[in-house]
Design a protein around this ligand. Structure first.
Ligand SMILES: Nc1ncnc2c1ncn2[C@@H]1O[C@H](COP(=O)(O)OP(=O)(O)O)[C@@H](O)[C@H]1O
Ligand SMILES: [Mg+2]
Length: 385
């Protein structure tokens, strides 16, 4: 199943364009569903018909669904959290502890489990995800790393001494909320499900992100950062959609200076993103209902199939040359000053501004030292000895 994630700042047009993308995909013969994981659901408002946690038919070939409230597993998470806090206190890696305990983005990740369910139902070829605003999406991508690292440590501990672990759990765990067995099962299930979600998100053959933006400076800057972060976390971006551009007929007179500013932004946008840039004009009214949103889809995609992958390429890849192995990460718009690279055991640590990533190295690279790390033309190339 093809998965298309639409993300961007609040209000830029994610919801409208998600529906437009699904409608366009259906016109190309795909069985499409648009799924909202933004806690501020608005599919129903845009469609002018209530949408809930069960998929509803919007028109021929298109379904819509808003991911529902927290379920049992999420509630049990507070017990897990409580237990972790005790277990991690003091001895474990600060960064991991912090990421696991603060759980930024966990909610979004929980919501994205719905993508698995849609896939399992097997009724749709294309799932367009109307994501939460960029920040939450990016934080969400960080979580599986932290959880994986924790699980490895956790099983390490369990191998070393179940007896030691269990009493700790008994004392610190949310045993008031959950008996031990249930607690462990919940934890393992969560881990597996989140790992499934991670695999879907980072599989560039079926999942790509489309960044929605408006042609205004502050939004362009943020979109550049998002592009780099998505790459860092292994999610391929295959298009940038610039929404609400002043149309030619509104670009003179009173709007002349806005139009001129937009022209400069557009040139900047074209130079900033190594993927197709799609455009949609500002409409005189809100875009409500299937017909208006279908027209929006045609404006954005023209005759293209919205379900196609518009830019091939893996944001993280391995390459070999005569001197050894190189791990490459696409980080367009990152600068040397923003970057830190290091190896820790079998992991590569990369920091871009305030985003940290721990990339599990393939066995062939684990334990090897980095000989050089260079940032050139938006690609971070890390050479191993
Ligand atoms: N190209 C456009 N022209 C005019 N109005 C638009 C356009 N794109 C979106 N809108 C309107 O802007 C508002 C916010 O759009 P929405 O898709 O809900 O953004 P987001 O999901 O990013 O918050 C909605 O009222 C929508 O109808
Ligand atoms: Mg929205």
């Amino acid at each position: 199943m093809r998965v298309i994630l639409l993300t961007g700042k609040g209000g830029v047009g994610k919801t409208s364009l998600s529906i437009a993308t699904a409608l366009g995909a259906a016109e190309h013969g795909h069985r499409a569903i648009v799924l909202s994981t933004d806690p501020a659901h608005s599919l129903g408002d845009a469609l002018g018909t209530p949408v809930g946690p069960r998929p509803i038919s919007v028109c021929s070939g298109v379904f819509a669904q808003e991911v529902g409230a927290l379920d049992e597993l999420e509630r049990s998470w507070s017990a897990i959290q409580h237990w972790l806090r005790g277990l991690l206190r003091g001895e474990t890696d600060e960064l991991v502890a912090e990421e696991l305990l603060v759980f930024p983005g966990l909610e979004e990740l929980m919501a994205l489990r719905a993508v698995r369910e849609v896939e399992a139902r097997g009724e749709h070829d294309v799932c367009v995800v109307d994501c939460a605003p960029t920040g939450a999406t990016l934080r969400m991508l960080r979580f599986p790393d932290a959880l994986r690292i924790f699980m490895e440590n956790f099983f390490e501990i369990e191998r070393r001494g179940v007896r030691w672990l269990r009493p700790v759990v008994g004392r610190l765990g949310g045993s008031a909320l959950l008996p031990d067995e249930e607690f462990f099962e919940a934890f393992e299930r969560l881990y597996r499900e989140i790992d499934d979600v991670r695999q879907i998100l980072t599989d560039g053959d079926r999942t790509t992100a489309r960044l929605v933006m408006n042609p205004a400076r502050v939004v362009v800057e943020e979109t550049r950062r998002s592009f780099a972060y998505l790459s860092l976390y292994g999610v391929a971006t295959d298009a940038v959609i610039v929404n609400r551009e002043l149309p030619p007929q509104a670009s003179g007179g009173w709007f002349a200076r806005w139009a001129e500013k937009e022209r400069r932004e557009r040139a900047d946008i074209a130079a900033s993103f190594p993927v197709p840039i799609l455009h949609a004009p500002l409409h005189p009214t809100e875009l409500l209902g299937v017909d208006a949103l279908r027209r929006l889809g045609r404006e954005v995609y023209g005759s293209r199939d919205p379900a196609a992958v518009f830019a091939e390429g893996r944001p993280i890849r391995l390459r070999k040359d005569s001197r050894g192995t190189i791990l490459e990460i696409d980080l367009p718009n990152a600068s040397k000053d923003d970057l830190d690279v290091g190896v820790h055991g079998s992991e590569l640590l990369v920091r871009v501004r305030d985003a940290h990533r721990r990339i599990a190295l393939p066995a062939s690279l684990a334990g090897r030292t980095v000989s050089t790390a260079r940032l050139e033309a938006g690609v971070l190339a890390i050479r191993f000895e």
